[in-house]
Ligand binder design. Structure first.
Ligand SMILES: Nc1ncnc2c1ncn2[C@@H]1O[C@H](COP(=O)(O)OP(=O)(O)OP(=O)(O)O)[C@@H](O)[C@H]1O
Ligand SMILES: [Mg+2]
Length: 267
């Protein structure tokens, strides 16, 4: 028996959409405090896999073992309740209220004054200020409506909120696609800081340099299968490209389709 189980273990996950088999027999682990970059070509199955982890999709077969127990999430709310969340760039914040309101959405501190519930604005603002400071996130004013903040600032608010409310595993599906260089740099730093607090991070990106900058491990998905699972310090961008495309390092093409064809017949 191992002393500490990984945060998440996927065992032989497969997923079909009708005749399309998007994922075949996927197995890998994510440790606490580990950043795993999920790489692969368009249509490889990355988003499908992340949705299975979050509860957005149910696998056709295979096992999701999270925090020591097998889980059968049937909705993102199930995943969220267990501390797993997908953080999008800005989709899940309410733009017409301020940072503090977003941070406390549904968890507001309310005290009864002469029997009337009163929002404890000062107290809530102090909590948010502390969380932002701990993460090194600078927002000009926590009383700014989110609509006036940049994509990167919104993302930072979401991530800090996730950490503050006890999140354990965060899933980022191309989080920096719409961000500039400086905001992306800050986002990558924030990912590292979050992982350093013991949170697991799955980070989908098409940009190799981002993966090498922040990931502890890289899992490459090719045509729905794990083509490689490598530690960052033991791989190179060349090897990752090779794993993504299936082409040999020397340039000689290997036909992945044939391999998969055989696997399909066998199954
Ligand atoms: N709801 C769905 N119904 C049918 N097919 C789907 C569905 N979702 C995904 N697929 C198919 O599953 C495969 C994997 O798609 P997925 O979105 O996971 O790829 P991806 O690796 O995230 O690609 P990208 O890098 O382009 O975002 C594709 O062939 C896609 O068309
Ligand atoms: Mg995708």
């Amino acid at each position: 028996m191992t002393t500490e189980a990984p945060l998440l273990r996927l065992e032989n996950i497969s997923k079909s959409f009708g005749a399309i088999q998007a994922l075949r027999d996927i197995s890998f682990e994510i440790g606490r405090g580990e950043v795993v970059a999920l790489l692969g070509d368009n249509g490889a199955g990355k988003s499908t896999l992340v949705k299975i982890i979050s509860g957005g999709l149910e696998p056709s077969s295979g096992k999701v073992v999270y925090d020591g127990a097998e889980r059968h999430f049937t909705s993102p709310a199930d995943g969220k309740a267990a501390g797993i969340e997908t953080v999008y760039q800005d989709l899940s914040l309410c733009t017409n209220v301020d940072v503090v309101a977003n941070f406390f959405m549904g968890r507001e501190i309310v005290k009864k004054v002469f029997g009337v519930p009163v929002l404890q604005e000062k107290e809530m603002e102090a909590v948010v200020a502390k969380a932002m400071a701990a993460a090194g996130t600078k927002i000009p004013s926590l009383r700014t409506n989110v609509e006036h903040l940049s994509g990167g600032q919104r993302q930072a608010i979401e991530l800090n909120r996730f950490v503050h409310w006890g999140g354990k595993l965060v899933l980022l599906d191309e989080p920096f696609a719409a961000l500039g260089v400086e905001q992306t740099r800050r986002g990558l730093e924030l990912i590292r800081r979050i992982a350093d607090q013991g949170i697991g991070v799955v980070f989908i990106t098409h940009i190799m340099s981002q993966a090498f900058q922040v990931a502890d491990r890289m899992v490459v998905i090719r045509q729905g299968k794990v083509a490689g699972d490598v530690r960052r310090e033991e791989t190179s961008p060349d090897e990752i490209v090779h794993l993504i495309t299936g082409e040999a390092l020397g340039g000689r093409a290997r036909t992945v389709g044939q391999e998969n064809g055989q696997a399909q017949h066998a199954g």
